[in-house]
Design a binder for this molecule. Structure first.
Ligand SMILES: Cc1ncc(COP(=O)(O)O)c(C=O)c1O
Length: 444
């Protein structure tokens, strides 16, 4: 182990032995390699990023060629790399017709850009009063001020509230702890119908869009909406003529077993936000995709999205195109479809652990929710730091699992491995988690 507490990185240590003591010096396939030679199975593909796994030479090669051949071009220029990636996205990955593509550098930037596009669209249509974006509780759309405001991540928002524009929030579809104390299906998806009440309360002519993750990622821990949720939301959005923005930063590109998570419900949102798996960790890239009516209306009104200096960097676009080609060529989304149910079945065996309240998810996106008392669902106190302790304990067993929750909602461990993991590796993840949960929770 190489202690880095005295080094200049990180800015402020996360106060966990995992980050404070380990140095990751290389990675290959589904493994992280530490400075002292340990091989740690990456059970969350980094921050749910590395769908194709790490260390692919052919991705590095195309990026290197582009760096030498072109290096940089101002974002509004067409380049072969940008055109190829945009074409791949619209042809192979996005639902319906989504010809409006803009590239950004992170999921946060792209989500914020999606909000600006929704606002610009409403202005272009002459509806100046529509500016509110309805977000959702227990969610995460990024760390810019606007995305923190729309998202529902209490601990990341804390302290910044006076600096941000408050936005309305619809309830999370969090069946284990239903915000209405109801049970599906007799609840009639009250969490979805509540969107209508919110729009009425806010004033329908003030609302521009509803913005949510189709399946809540790490903040809620793979909250899969129950049947009827998305059809109700779509119906409300249509009736009030508000845009639907799907944040697929974490769920896109096969993570949940479909190209996009919206495909599980055959949804065709007006705007889709892409990131993470699009470039699989090989480039710092994100994108916004829209249906034709948005760029058409904006162009007619003389409005355009502002670009960022490095948006759609050619080498990054080339790397992302290669990542998507690999997903396709190696049929990795099909692999998730085939093996996702097995991963789910193996993880669900953890339900017999006395501290596991829930195991939920879809495809290769799962979460385990830990509680002090399974009958009452009482959580461990926040200052017990259970999530980080469990992560440390799985890493001690050479398996990296990823912390989730929002602070208020907590002790959620995410499992979202690269699509290349084997069934034996899945078994290792499950047994490391089982032992870690028992070790940490029974000593409280
Ligand atoms: C659903 C979702 N949206 C947006 C973001 C923000 O992306 P980034 O960290 O690339 O800014 C994340 C990151 O975890 C995410 O999970």
């Amino acid at each position: 182990m190489s202690k880095n507490a005295s080094k200049s990185w990180p800015f402020v240590p996360l106060n966990s032995s995992v980050f404070d003591e380990l140095e990751i010096v290389s990675a290959d396939g589904a493994y992280l390699v530490t400075g002292d030679g340990r091989r740690i199975l990456d059970a969350s593909a980094g921050a749910v990023v590395g769908n194709i796994g790490w260390g692919r030479q052919e991705v590095a090669d195309v990026a290197a060629t582009s760096l030498v051949n072109l290096t940089y071009a101002l974002p509004p220029f067409a380049t072969p790399e940008r055109l190829e990636l945009a074409e791949r996205l619209t042809r192979d990955w996005l639902p319906g017709e989504m010809p409006g593509i803009c590239f950004f550098g992170s999921g946060s930037e792209a989500n914020e850009a999606a909000m600006r596009l929704a606002r610009q669209y409403q202005i272009a249509k002459g509806r100046e009063s529509r500016w509110k974006i309805v977000g959702r509780d227990v969610s995460y759309n990024g760390t810019t001020m606007a995305t923190l405001a729309v998202g529902g991540h209490d601990s990341r928002r804390k302290g910044f509230e006076p600096m941000m524009q408050a936005m309305p929030h619809a309830p999370a579809c969090y069946c284990l702890r239903c915000p209405f104390g109801k049970t599906h299906p007799s609840c009639n998806v009250a969490c979805a119908s509540e969107l209508e009440a919110i729009i009425e309360r806010e004033g329908p002519d003030t609302v521009a869009a509803f913005h949510a993750e189709p399946i809540t990622g790490t903040s809620g821990g793979a909250l899969v909406p129950p049947d009827g949720y998305w059809s109700t939301i779509v119906d409300v959005c249509k009736r009030y003529d508000i845009l639907l923005i799907a944040d697929e930063v974490l769920t896109g590109f096969g993570r949940t077993g479909e190209c996009m998570a919206v495909d599980h419900w055959s949804l065709e949102p007006d705007i889709i936000v892409l990131g993470k798996g699009m470039s699989g960790g090989y480039a710092a890239m994100s994108a916004v995709a829209t249906t034709a009516r948005i760029p058409q209306a904006m162009a007619a009104a003389g409005l355009a999205p502002m670009f960022h200096t490095y948006g759609g960097h050619p080498a990054q676009c080339a790397a992302a195109s290669k990542v998507l080609e690999i997903l396709d060529r190696e049929q990795l989304v099909e692999r998730v479809q085939e093996l996702g149910p097995k991963l789910g079945e193996k993880l669900r065996s953890l339900r017999s652990n006395p501290f596991v309240a829930d195991v939920r998810g879809r495809g290769f996106l799962y979460a385990v929710e830990i509680v002090q008392d399974k009958d009452t669902l009482e959580m461990f106190p926040a200052d017990a730091g259970i999530t980080f302790k469990i992560m440390e304990s799985t890493v001690a067993r050479d398996v990296f699992t990823y912390f989730g929750g929002t602070g208020t909602v907590r002790d959620i461990i995410n499992v979202a491995p690269p699509f290349i993991v084997t069934e034996e590796e899945m078994d290792r993840i499950v047994s490391a988690l089982d032992e870690a949960i028992t070790e940490v929770c029974s000593s409280q």
